[in-house]
Design a protein around this ligand. Structure first.
Ligand code: MG
Ligand code: MG
Length: 256
């Protein structure tokens, strides 16, 4: 069942969403050569505590991983797609890209967002990878309107990505969000005909999150059982927003 939220609930989700935006905006400004992904973690955790929010990722576990995720951020560098772990050993260097994904729970409601940030000078292909991934998210957000269907979102991402010569990751998907970080529906970045195609209604809140590979769509998970990487070692980008469907159209809760 897809839980729909009242306007009062959406206002609470807005507060969580804006905090996530503030954190990601701060971290984006910190990214440069010589910074470690753990430096980003420390800053994010401090901002969450200061705001009285609970880190949504720290302590989160999945049956596949079998362990609790130990950090407030997922930091995924270059060929890492999602669920990378911050580390003092991971020193960013020019030419890298780092995806920063985070979520908070504030007053009972979740916000979830991700950005991919270039470090110094990146290649033209990688710049295009980031641009196309960001565009695919924006185009999908435009479809988050009452009367459309879920496949309008999924298909929009898939079409824009493949038309530009990149591939979408199939093993990881977006999701509904509210009083739980992961609610129904699942939101693949492609049309999965095995899934339902519900009509979108006012009050639904969706975390839309294209994960896009420069090379093939294949993925594997590292022995740490969290970090997902591309099979061919090529770069991957990830952008995500938490989006409410309202009578007036999409309301992106995770940006001002
Ligand atoms: Mg996320
Ligand atoms: Mg998410």
């Amino acid at each position: 069942m897809i839980v729909r939220k009242s306007m009062a609930e959406l206002e609470k989700m807005r507060a969580a969403g804006l905090l996530v935006w503030q954190i990601l905006n701060q971290l984006k400004g910190m990214v440069r050569e010589g910074v470690t992904t753990y430096d980003l973690e420390v800053e994010a955790e401090k901002m969450m505590r200061d705001a009285g929010a609970r880190p949504a990722f720290k302590g989160y576990s999945t049956p596949a991983a079998g362990t609790k995720f130990p950090f407030v951020l997922c930091t995924s560098v270059n060929d890492e797609i999602v669920h990378g772990m911050p580390s003092q050993k991971r020193v960013l260097k020019s030419g890298d890209i780092v995806s920063i994904d985070t979520g908070v729970q504030l007053n009972g409601y979740y916000g979830d967002s991700a950005i991919t940030v270039p470090v110094g000078e990146i290649s033209e292909e990688t710049r295009r990878l980031l641009e196309v991934t960001r565009e695919s998210l924006e185009l999908a957000i435009e479809k988050a309107r009452p009367g459309n269907r879920l496949f309008d979102i999924c298909g929009t991402v898939e079409r824009h990505v493949t038309a530009n010569g990149f591939t979408v990751v199939r093993e990881f998907v977006g999701h509904g969000i509210g009083t739980h970080m992961h609610e129904e529906p699942q939101i693949p970045n492609y049309i999965d005909r095995k899934n339902e195609n519900p009509r979108l209604k006012e009050g639904m809140v969706l975390a839309i999150e294209p994960m896009v590979n420069a090379g093939g769509p294949g993925t594997r998970v590292r022995p740490d059982r969290w970090t997902a990487v591309t099979e061919d070692g090529k770069n991957s980008a990830h952008f995500e927003h938490t989006v409410a469907i309202t009578a007036n159209g999409p309301w992106v809760l995770t940006r001002p």
